[in-house]
Design a protein around this ligand. Sequence first.
Ligand SMILES: [Mg+2]
Length: 431
Amino acid sequence: MRNLEEVQVVVLMGGLGTRLKEYTKECPKSLVPVNSKPFFDYELELLTQWGFRRFLFLIGYHAEMISDYYGDGSARGISIEYCMDGEKLLGTGGAVRRALPYLDEDFLLIYGDSFMDINYEESVYRYFHGKESGHRALMTVLRNKDLFDKSNVIMQDNEIVLYDKHHTVPEMDYIDYGVCMYERSLFESYEEDVPFDIAEIQTELSKKGQLSAHIVTKRFYEIGSPESLKEFEAYARFRFEEQHPAVFLDRDGVINEIVYNEDTELLDSAANVSQFHMFPYAPSVISQLKQKGYYVFVVTNQPGAAKGKTTPFNLYDINTLLCELTEVDDVFTCMHYPEKLPMSREPYLIRTCDCRKPKPGLLKRAMERYRIDVSRSYMVGDSFTDVLAGKAAGVKTILLGGMRCDVCERLSGNKPDHILKDLSEVIGVIP
Ligand SMILES: [Mg+2]
């Protein structure tokens, strides 16, 4: 997998913002102020936290305001290049085609008027994974059921069978989410300065079976209309201005059963979706914690792919399922493992990292992305490594599995705040 630092992020920012005209008369849509900060700052900060460093902004309407404000990006530790739309409105495809000389061989494309909080590492992984079997682009899709807009994607076994936004049929229950990856060569056959919609390319690839999917589970925000702008303002206030407490949950043994591996005769983590069995009480406990006003995050070590027992693909699928079946706000996964084992097939996952518990990196990452009231937060896990990670991050800790004396011994000076039987009991302890 390619490092996100190396991946070029192309941002479509040329739009006129006609539906927002009371805001965009004197300013481009991406710079519309949201709680006293330009809108696109929220997305750019998120992308920078994920590790992206190389940006290409496609600008047109009020172009100079965008380039004056963001400059070359060095103040934010990133690099930003610009490509100007011409006189003519080119549509999304035409704008990208015009930027051909600036494009990497593979690039990520997003819209400058949307806030898209997804697992970008997963998008990049799935894109390059798909390329190995001849795919040429990736589309993020959300199970929509016509909630936000008309659904336009048919999925089968987590694969895109058809994307068509002009001819929608009842079988469509997913919608394109707005984050895509492309091969540059897809744009080479188009003539310069001829307008076209990028959806043309996507529809054609979907019919040829060359469009990879990344299923995302969180809604997106855009500022296309005054109503949706208000909606994002409220969300941004909740997430980036107010502090809220969080419950961090370990996954295996807490939310889902540990799996007995017949080959090794050892207990292990689920290697694929069919081995993932949630404890029956888990979804309801998570939803009760949400009702009490907590964020619920899953923080989990999953070294299975690094060890060669499964693939990142399978691990991502399990996370997607978990997010579909429960109300967890986010899943933070450490896929690293410090030593190379004979079956390791993903060399980039073999390293000493700062996220493998007992290190607090996964909790710290959540604290970077959300404003968390640390003093009122909890870590819940069934291993001493969970307790140590929670202590290192400064939250209260709950150890599950009260009978495990060996665990308590290993924790000698680091006793958890509570020892409980299982997750169903935390509701009685967390206020
Ligand atoms: Mg566990």
